[in-house]
Design a protein. Structure first.
Length: 174
């Protein structure tokens, strides 16, 4: 982001490009995987939020549809009760495995695509920043901002990655 900002300063005073880079890189880097879902579900304040929304609720269940089970043909969500909280906490604490050879979720297609997308988008931003001119500025802003098209979970995300790639292919990138 700093290199994008520096390249932008050399061309003009606008900040559209560096802002698009910051949002785009953060967007593709901050995907919601199994570790992040576990962290969100085990936040201490979650139970207080549930109590505020549903006064008198005494039992919380998590309805989850893990991609690994979906890949094996399971079409319905799992209903997990309070007994699963220690497992979810352990999973959230295991986020250091993310992206390593020991990551049990890292071999899923969507996880491989997410890692490749982060690497390719970062490389694209480096390329755009190195060759940024006043003439290429609008294209660079559009290309850097295209990462925000990538939204959703699993199949929806994969379709949006395809839209992202189509958007880039339609731009006059050199």
């Amino acid at each position: 982001v700093e290199r994008a900002w520096t390249a932008e300063r050399a061309v003009m005073v606008a900040t559209d490009y560096s802002q698009a880079v910051a949002r785009g890189v953060a967007h593709v880097a901050a995907y919601k995987d199994e570790y992040e879902v576990a962290r969100l579900l085990t936040r201490p304040e979650l139970l207080a939020e549930v109590q505020a929304q549903v006064p008198g609720a005494t039992r919380v269940h998590y309805n989850l549809h893990p991609p690994a089970l979906r890949a094996m043909g399971m079409d319905s969500k799992l209903k997990l009760g309070a007994w699963s909280r220690p497992l979810l906490k352990a999973m959230a604490a295991s986020k250091g495995l993310r992206g390593t050879r020991l990551d049990p979720f890292g071999r899923a297609e969507v996880r491989r695509v997410e890692r490749a997308l982060l690497a390719s988008h970062t490389a694209l931003v480096e390329q755009l920043s190195a060759s940024l001119t006043a003439d290429s500025y609008a294209t660079a802003v559009a290309a850097a901002g295209a990462a925000e098209l990538v939204r959703g979970f699993e199949d929806i995300k994969l379709r949006n990655v395809a839209r992202y790639r189509e958007t880039l292919a339609a731009l006059p990138l050199s």
